[in-house]
Design a protein around this ligand. Structure first.
Ligand code: UT7
Length: 321
């Protein structure tokens, strides 16, 4: 059977690290509050010359090098972002040009923090139907540019970065590698709990992030537990079969609660929120790449990716490496 097999991964973070202490100098917060409520100790913030497309290009470049695949072999680029360089053209086309992926299809996916799961499922479907053979799936964000730096309830939570994976169509056995199943959902009735208060067709401005954090937290834990069960049921695996969970990194307490609901020890969960903060669509591929590179994720491992964010949108994918 044809599956989308992960051939490589890469990531990129801005140069500048901003600690909680540094933030506490400009906004009414404290290192203790941020650590206790979120697990975040620092975040990376894009500086001059660093944009969503430059971070995405660097991550994609690293993923291609890791996979040993030439940019010319890429026939599809799906880039998840809520912070594109421009309203259009799609940031994916800037990456295509920068890498020289001549003739590849390239488009963006807007599903905010679960964008990487939406992008992965889209690329996987296109590979399975024969529309693509070798895809770059990227999550990239510069959320710092849409934060209200006077709103302590949001500005301490987010960071910038990018992660990418290379997926290749391969004929594999039933127990072989590849994306095994993905499930995606949305609940637009909760759009006002996490949104940006601007846009090209309404205010004509970019807008800033607004979030009712406590409400989002409550929905996240419930929705994630449900979609994880759904993917397990679709594939016939149980939580005990999972080697690693690579979750969206919004809050350490959400990671703990989700692991508890699944009955999984927290040491099977890849955690980067302490250093990266919430990088929206970039957080899953950033965590995935970190754990692949440090040797935790190994060939043959069963890995669950999951995320939930603005929309609401949420989803999960089970992958055999
Ligand atoms: O990535 C997309 C999905 N996003 C998420 O999943 C985020 C989900 N939500 C969360 O992670 C948490 O709800 C937050 C981290 C955003 C907030 O934590 P919380 O425990 O839900 O706190 P809260 O919003 O209930 O606020 C508690 C208190 C409030 O003060 P009062 O009303 O109790 O006096 C806030 O004003 O903490 C206050 N507060 C702060 N204090 C110091 C809010 N932000 C800060 C801050 N520093 N930065």
């Amino acid at each position: 059977m044809i599956r989308s097999v992960v051939k490589g991964s890469g990531s990129s973070l801005p140069k500048r690290v901003v600690t909680n202490e540094e933030l506490a100098k400009t906004v009414d917060t404290s290192d203790q509050w941020i650590r206790e409520r979120t697990g975040i100790t620092q975040r990376y913030i894009a500086g001059e010359g660093e944009t969503t497309s430059t971070l995405a290009t660097a991550a994609a470049h690293a993923a291609l090098a890791d996979a040993g695949i030439d940019a010319k072999a890429i026939d599809l680029i799906v880039l998840a972002t809520a912070t594109p360089d421009r309203t259009f053209p799609a940031t994916a086309t800037l990456v295509q040009d920068a890498l020289g992926c001549d003739g590849a299809a390239a488009f963006d996916v807007a599903a905010v923090c679960s964008g990487f799961l939406y992008a992965l499922a889209t690329a996987d479907s296109m590979i399975k139907t024969g529309m693509a053979k070798c895809a770059l799936v990227i999550g990239a964000e510069t959320f710092s540019r849409i934060l209200d730096w006077e709103d302590r309830a949001t500005c301490v939570l987010f960071g910038d970065g990018a992660g990418a994976v290379v997926l290749s169509a391969e004929d594999v056995a039933e127990d072989g590698p590849g994306v095994l199943a993905s499930r995606l959902h949305a609940a637009g009735e909760h759009g006002d709990l996490l949104y940006v208060d601007g846009g090209p067709s309404t205010t004509g401005t970019v807008g800033k992030v607004r979030m009712m954090g406590r409400e989002v937290f409550r929905h996240a834990v419930v929705n994630l537990a449900e979609v994880l069960e759904e993917v397990l049921t679709a594939t016939g695996y149980t939580a005990a079969d999972i080697d690693w969970v690579v979750p969206h990194q919004a809050n350490r307490r959400i990671l703990d609660a989700t692991a508890r609901k699944l009955g999984l020890p927290i040491d099977k969960v890849i955690v980067t929120v302490d250093r990266h903060a919430n990088t929206s669509a970039a957080s899953v591929p950033l965590a995935f790449d970190e754990a692949r590179r440090d040797g935790r994720l190994k060939q043959g491992d069963l890995v669950m990716l999951e995320a939930m964010g603005g929309g609401f949108t949420w989803g999960a994918s089970l992958i055999r490496l």
